[in-house]
Design a protein. Structure first.
Lengths: 181, 155
């Protein structure tokens, strides 16, 4: 179930003298993947930075409870997804994403956004989706994650995930087609 | 099902290119610094007692907790058994003492008075006229005086 590298990380973490090195390897391996998952959801770099640190601290604090019933990546990613969802719920009142045109122009003006106009519309359209559907879409579209893996991370059936992704595709296509050309 | 797969493929064909290139950027050396920041934060959270220790120490703690719980149960059972045996021993001594007293002084009891007192205590309406006469002649104070007198003599 674990990749060879994950097995080595877990082995080091269990060794009293090597646990810090094991955790360092874990951070090094997963930091970028977790960061981009978070960044695509919260958009702002500073928010993403804070949230990623919180996620890794949570992983560190809960490593003792990891029973290895799932892969290390699945477990880490599940923590990250849950933290993202909880962050989005808290932030909901602060930002309005109902107007993709307005949010796309805000995004284009952000110094940490370097995409073109259509990419800005795509990311703004994604923000109009319900939180869980947003995560499903991002995992499939950007990371090309297999449904089986998504199912174990989100603890949802593959059928439901496929349906959710197709709904998301339709909604996003409707939005970005308006601004095409 | 086929329809859904077609939707996914059509979407990917038409809009897949938008996701191929990362639209967001990060400050220079961000990921190297991020690693250092995270490791510092986890260290400080351990120093402040916020983080849990790793699996071996947790397992050790579990073992010690199991031993402590086992010892606590043994001590509780021991104390309960000691208290129980002490109490039953004391009760046995009291019963044996009473029986020895009765055995020693059996001939000295006023059997008539005892049977009357027993009948009165049990609310038995079995008094005949002579017994009623006997009781009428005595009042409660006299009875108590008689019994106290006998008791003091014994002491």
């Amino acid at each position: 179930m674990q990749s060879q590298e994950d097995q080595q990380i877990l082995h080091l973490i269990l060794e009293a003298n090597e646990s810090e090195r094991g955790f360092q390897m874990l951070v090094r391996k997963y930091k970028q993947r977790i960061y981009w998952l978070v960044r695509r959801n919260v958009h702002q770099h500073d928010d993403a930075d804070d949230l990623v640190q919180e996620i890794f601290i949570k992983i560190y604090q809960n490593l003792a409870r990891f029973k290895q019933q799932s892969g290390l990546f699945t477990w880490i990613y599940r923590i990250a997804v849950n933290e993202c969802l909880s962050h989005l719920r808290k932030k909901k009142n602060g930002l309005v994403w109902d107007d993709p045109e307005k949010s796309a122009s805000l995004l284009s003006a952000d110094m940490w956004f370097e995409g073109d106009k259509m990419q800005a519309y795509l990311h703004s359209a994604i923000q109009t989706l319900p939180d869980k559907q947003k995560l499903v879409f991002q995992m499939r579209y950007f990371e090309e994650m297999p449904y089986q893996q998504m199912s174990s991370i989100l603890e949802t059936s593959e059928g439901a995930l496929k349906a959710s992704y197709h709904h998301a595709c339709k909604k996003i296509e409707e939005i970005i087609q308006q601004y095409e050309g | 099902m086929k329809d859904k797969e077609n939707i996914e493929k059509a979407f990917q064909d038409k809009w897949g290119h938008l996701g191929k290139k990362e639209a967001f950027k990060v400050p220079e050396n961000y990921f190297d610094e991020m690693e250092t920041k995270i490791l510092q934060k986890t260290k400080s959270s351990t120093q402040h007692g916020g983080a849990q220790r790793w699996l071996p120490s947790l397992n050790q703690r579990r073992t010690w907790l199991s031993i402590a719980a086992g010892l606590a149960i043994i001590v509780c059972v021991g104390v309960a058994y000691f208290i129980h045996t002490q109490n039953s021993g004391r009760q046995q001594d009291e019963i044996l003492g009473t029986l020895a007293y009765i055995d020693k002084h059996a001939g000295e009891f006023d059997l008539k008075l005892l049977s009357l007192l027993t009948a009165l205590q049990e609310d038995e309406p079995v008094l005949n006229s002579s017994e009623m006469e006997f009781l009428n002649e005595m009042n409660l104070q006299e009875l108590e005086e008689i019994m106290e007198g006998e008791f003091e003599e014994e002491l």
